[in-house]
Design a protein around this ligand. Structure first.
Ligand code: UGA
Length: 486
């Protein structure tokens, strides 16, 4: 069903000339949006201030891994429908609609969002647009940002006495890494924060194909559009931490966390998705977005409102402690002196004596990206755990189908290997923390023939416990009580 909530009456936009679209910022979000806009039939000019990135994209080379995107990029660079530039003057004179897709990372040493890139992109567009145009923010921003930027645009243009009417809209992005192309071409909803019927009408032309396919369309004000995005990510993070909090209980008393998730997930009011217990959430979005939301509400004097998100963050980070703790327990049991879970099994950092168990242990780390089908290691739980084990003295051999290079750039001292077999060979302990299909399909007998000791920790609950135990492995998993006898 189409949901239409027009903030203002819609003016008719009678122009029929095809819209020309620019996308400012050609990172993950911007490059995907630019290629998908070209796929929808628009002429597109992508802008980035990094000339090396612009040169690579112009050759059809994508600087990150995203299934399906290289094909779209090549297709539209070759057709001439998609071009790239470093020039604001060029896009300002050319495009009707300018999407802003630059990053809003966490401020170094703080929890709030760093808005310097979004501010700079908006100011540069405002200074260079010389015709009627709509600027459309897609970046995830704290509530109140669009209103502030609308004033910045109006002031900049008045000061410089520039020709053309320029408006701002906010159109948050909900794409997931690994599914970015499908999520952009066939979104499950479209949300636009607008100040006029004209702005909504232009965006309806941009998204005409999705509208024809009855994608829900929510036209609203700036604040609501900004909040929809952070509310969605906060809700997803809460779902994951909710099930992971129950993992702490099942780890202590027994029970099966997967069955628990299945059973509550059958209730359609709850739903099964995003209830997969494991090492928790990471990446460039969920962690920084829940922190930025807390920082923003605190600025607004509403400190208590989002306090529960600090708890969700804590639960999430405790999962990483739990993996280190399990590694200690599994290796201790293997060495014939089983240890009780550190700090009563609540998932805190192991005591110094336990850490000694890790010293010199050979650990095969399967997966280092924050999730499969991505090469992104930003705030990756797997990479964090690998680094903690290394710091505790373990010899860590990391293998990830796509993430090794990015991980090595952050933590060069870990051992990186080019094949899964190389990581497994001679390992005392195997730890799976990113659920790539390749790891889910591992044959326990084959793995058993490579490792030195048959110990495995399933940090994503994707392995068949019985099959691994039948092959002689000590199997431990997050959300399950560890029983050294099995
Ligand atoms: C997330 C949102 O899902 C997108 O809707 C949003 O557009 C995007 O952030 C963004 O703000 O740009 P993404 O970061 O690509 O997308 O990753 P998710 O698929 O949400 O996964 C996030 C993390 O949660 C991963 O580390 C994943 O392993 C973990 N996760 C997910 C779980 O631990 N359990 C689950 O059940 C699901």
């Amino acid at each position: 069903m189409t949901t239409t909530t027009a903030a203002r009456p819609i003016d008719q936009d009678t122009s029929s000339a095809p819209l020309r679209v620019s996308v400012v910022g050609t990172g993950y979000l911007g490059a995907t949006h630019a290629a998908c806009m070209a796929e929808l039939g628009f002429e597109v000019l992508g802008l980035d201030i990094d000339p090396a990135k612009v040169a690579a994209l112009s050759r059809g080379e994508l600087p990150f891994h995203e299934p399906g995107l290289p094909e779209l990029l090549t297709k539209h660079v070759q057709s001439g429908r998609l071009r790239f530039t470093t020039s604001y003057a060029e896009v300002g004179a050319w495009a009707d609609v300018h999407f802003i897709g630059v990053g809003t990372p966490q401020k170094p040493g703080e929890t709030g969002a760093d808005l310097r890139y979004v501010d700079a992109a908006t100011r540069s567009l405002a200074e260079h647009i010389t015709r009627d145009a709509l600027i459309v923010g897609k970046s995830t921003v704290p509530v109140g940002t669009a209103e502030r930027l609308a004033t910045l645009i109006a002031d900049t243009r008045a000061e410089n006495n520039l020709p053309g009417a320029v408006e701002l809209a906010w159109n948050p992005e909900f794409l997931r890494e690994g599914y970015a192309v499908a999520d952009t071409l066939c979104p499950d909803r479209l949300v636009v924060g607008v100040c006029s019927g004209h702005a909504e009408q232009v965006l309806r032309r941009v998204y005409a194909k999705s509208l024809a396919e009855h994608t829900p369309w929510i036209a609203t004000d700036y604040a609501t559009a900004e909040l929809v995005k952070v509310a969605a990510n906060a809700f997803l993070a809460t779902k994951i931490s909710f099930i992971n909090a129950f993992s702490e209980i099942t780890e202590a008393v027994g029970g099966d966390i997967g069955t628990l998730a299945d059973a509550i997930g059958h209730d359609p009011r709850i739903g099964r998705r995003f209830l997969n217990a494991g090492v928790g959430f990471g990446g460039g979005c969920l962690p920084k977005d829940i922190r930025a939301l807390q920082a923003r509400v605190s600025e607004l004097g509403l400190d208590r409102t989002m306090r529960f998100l600090a708890e969700m963050d804590d639960i999430n980070l405790r999962r990483r402690d739990r993996v280190v703790d399990l590694a200690v327990q599994v290796l201790s049991a293997d060495q014939g002196h089983p240890r009780r879970p550190a700090n009563g099994g609540t998932g805190h950092t192991p005591d110094p004596v336990s850490v000694q168990v890790l010293n010199g242990a050979k650990v095969a780390m399967l997966g280092v990206t924050f999730k499969p089908d991505s090469d992104d290691v930003r705030d990756s739980p797997a990479l964090d755990v690998a680094n903690r084990l290394y710091t505790a003295g373990a010899e860590v051999a990391v293998y990830d189908p796509k993430g090794n290079a990015n991980a090595a750039a952050r933590f060069p001292r870990l051992g990186y290997v080019d094949t899964c077999e190389a990581a497994l060979t001679g390992a005392d302990l195997v730890i799976l923390l990113t659920e790539w299909d390749q790891f889910k399909a591992l044959d326990p007998a084959h793995v058993g023939s490579l490792v030195a000791r048959r110990n495995i920790i399933d940090g994503r609950n994707v392995l068949d416990r019985r099959a691994w135990q039948a092959a002689g492995f000590t199997h431990a998993a997050l959300g399950h009580r560890f029983d050294p006898g099995h």
